[in-house]
Every structure is written in structure tokens, then in C-alpha cells.
Design a protein around this ligand. Structure first.
Ligand code: 6CS
Length: 316
């Protein structure tokens, strides 16, 4: 069979590198072929998620920054200062967390999907027109976020005027001053040339971009045991590859940006400068628990416990 697999990114960006590895594994180990549809061929993330729920696509990459509208508990990934910064701890966490692989995975089943894998894409940085060293600097800044409500809450707590937009509108909105800031991993700031339409980059250490690979549930349940195992193995191979691929990726992207635009400023906030952002994060976590309700509290607590276990495991 041919399995259709859509991305929110280009083929040479992180999601494309993952999907290419997945495809190579499937094709080397079965008679199936995987046809990849990069961003721009089928619509925005919300569209490709729907196409996957309907079964028109078998696989897609669907980031919680958008999918949080469909499964509200997924917004735990958007909460600032929750995910670990250490790459090895992160890499262990996604693979071993029962909160992700059991509790959140079950939520996907409820909306006609099966969760194949989740992985980090890199530390999120803010890019803005004016320098940012404190929440006061975000006052009056229309700041683009992905379309899930907790991101709006985050940037409101950070002092900005949050503006949710699908990805396709971001570059143009920066160019025309409809927005004056946005956040994304450094590789994406470089590959999509967002540095051309912003002047300052700020590392606040508040999050790592998480994405998820999903399949249509009816499709997945209909696969033979052998093919289900193949999907899992292909995901494991792609996961190992993407974790390795990301070593130094942020740094390399930063260098490329500075080469293309030497006047771009890059600021890594100190612990002291991060303190008010961390403080604001507490009220966002509280909002998540209160407003999302349902399993939100259990998910956040499970998350924190799983992260702690990963920290201990990696520390040896
Ligand atoms: O900001 C966004 O909307 C996009 N950012 C990344 C890193 N991947 C896809 C997503 O659509």
C-alpha cells in the first residue's frame, strides 16, 4: 500500500528529516511505500489533522500548538518552564513518559487518531522588532502564537498582546507590522527566513517545540500485527535519528542567521532576567489546571513526575 504522510514543515526541516527516516525504514522493511506531503501541499496543520481523522491521510505531523484545540490536555506541552532544557533528559522523557504514552495517547484514540510518536524540535526563541529582556519589553507587542488557547495565556502572562495565527500568515504579518514578534525553534527562524522580518532574538529557556506523529485510528487498527510493529520500529528509528540530528542544530542555525544578517542581536537571558517570566509561568499552569479541567491536573503532575524520573535516569 501507499501511506500518505503530511508535514507542517518543508522536507529539509526537522519534521521532514524525521519523516524521510520513517519512510526509508518502512520501505526497506516492507512492500509499503510512504508518500510525503510537505507543508504547502495540503493546507495548514488544522486541515491535515482533519484529513487524517477522516482517513484521507494515513499519517501526519500535528503539533500540540494546534492540536491543543482538539485535545485540550495536550496544551501541557505549551506551558512555559515545564519541559526540561537538557537535551538528553528531553530525549529520555518523550520515550519513557507514561503520561505521554498512556494517558495522552488514550486521548488521541478518543478523536479517531492513534499517537505514533512525539519528539522535540528544539528550544523555542522569541524574535521581535525591539529587544526583549523583561516582560515590560513585550508591552504593546502583538506577538504571534500558534492557535491553541494556552499559548495565548502564556504570552498574555508574559506581558504581550498575543495574536494566534496559522503558520502561513506569519511572515507576511511580520513584514506588514500586523505583528511584531513570534516564537519558534532557531532552525525554523533560519530556514523560513523569519530573521529577515525581525531584528532581535531572545533565548528565555521557556520551552522546547514539541510535535506529534499521528495516524488514522481505523487505518491503524486494521493493520496486521506485523505492520503495527513496523510502524513502531520505523518511529523508533526516526526518533533516534532526529535526536542525533538536533545536536548542535540550534547553534548552526544561529551562525547562519548571523552570517546572513550580522546586525541581528542574539540575547540569552540571565537567570535573573528569566525570573519574572518564570513567575508568570506559575499563573499559566494554574489556568491550565482550572480552565482545561478534565485530566489537566493529573497530566501536569504526571508530566512533572516523569521529567524528574528522566532527570534521575540520565544523571545515572
Ligand atoms: O510556528 C509554526 O506554526 C510552525 N513551527 C514549527 C517549528 N513547525 C511547524 C509549525 O507550523
Amino acid at each position: 500500500d501507499t501511506w500518505k504522510y503530511s508535514l507542517e514543515e518543508a522536507i529539509d526541516e526537522v519534521q521532514g528529516v524525521y519523516a524521510t527516516q520513517f519512510k526509508e525504514y518502512v520501505e526497506a522493511n516492507s512492500d509499503h511505500t510512504v508518500e510525503i506531503f510537505p507543508y504547502g501541499t495540503l493546507g495548514e496543520s488544522d486541515d491535515t489533522t482533519e484529513l487524517t481523522q477522516m482517513g484521507a491521510l494515513q499519517f501526519s505531523t500535528a503539533s500540540p500548538g494546534f492540536m491543543g484545540k482538539v485535545i485540550p490536555e495536550l496544551q501541557v506541552f505549551l506551558l512555559p518552564y515545564v519541559l526540561p532544557e537538557d537535551h538528553a533528559v528531553l530525549a529520555d522523557f518523550y520515550k519513557t513518559s507514561d503520561t505521554i504514552n498512556e494517558m495522552l495517547a488514550a486521548k488521541y484514540d478518543g478523536v479517531g487518531l492513534h499517537l505514533v510518536d512525539m519528539y522535540p524540535e528544539g528550544e523555542v526563541v522569541m524574535t521581535t522588532q525591539e529587544p526583549v529582556t523583561s516582560p515590560a519589553d513585550l508591552d504593546g507587542v502583538k506577538f504571534r502564537v500558534m492557535t491553541t488557547p494556552m499559548l495565548v495565556e502564556t504570552y498574555r502572562a508574559f506581558g504581550a498582546t498575543p495574536t494566534p495565527l496559522p503558520w502561513g500568515e506569519v511572515y507576511g504579518a511580520l513584514q506588514t507590522n500586523i505583528i511584531q514578534g513570534q516564537e519558534n525553534p532557531m532552525f525554523f527562524v533560519e530556514s523560513t527566513k523569519m530573521y529577515e522580518v525581525t531584528e532581535h532574538i531572545t533565548y528565555a529557556g521557556h520551552n522546547n517545540f514539541t510535535t506529534a506523529v499521528i495516524t488514522n485510528k481505523t487505518f491503524y487498527d486494521g493493520l496486521s500485527e506485523e505492520d503495527q510493529a513496523l510502524v513502531g520500529e520505523a518511529a523508533d528509528a526516526a526518533y533516534a535519528h532526529i535526536i542525533e540530528y538536533q545536536q548542535g542544530l540550534t547553534q548552526r542555525a544561529e551562525e547562519k542567521i548571523l552570517e546572513a544578517k550580522p546586525e541581528m542581536t542574539v540575547t540569552v537571558l540571565t537567570d535573573e532576567q528569566r525570573a519574572p517570566f518564570r513567575e508568570a509561568a506559575e499563573q499559566v499552569k494554574q489556568k491550565f489546571v482550572e480552565e482545561v479541567g478534565g485530566d489537566a491536573k493529573a497530566v501536569l503532575e504526571g508530566f512533572q513526575a516523569d521529567i524528574e524520573e528522566s532527570r534521575e535516569r540520565v544523571a545515572g
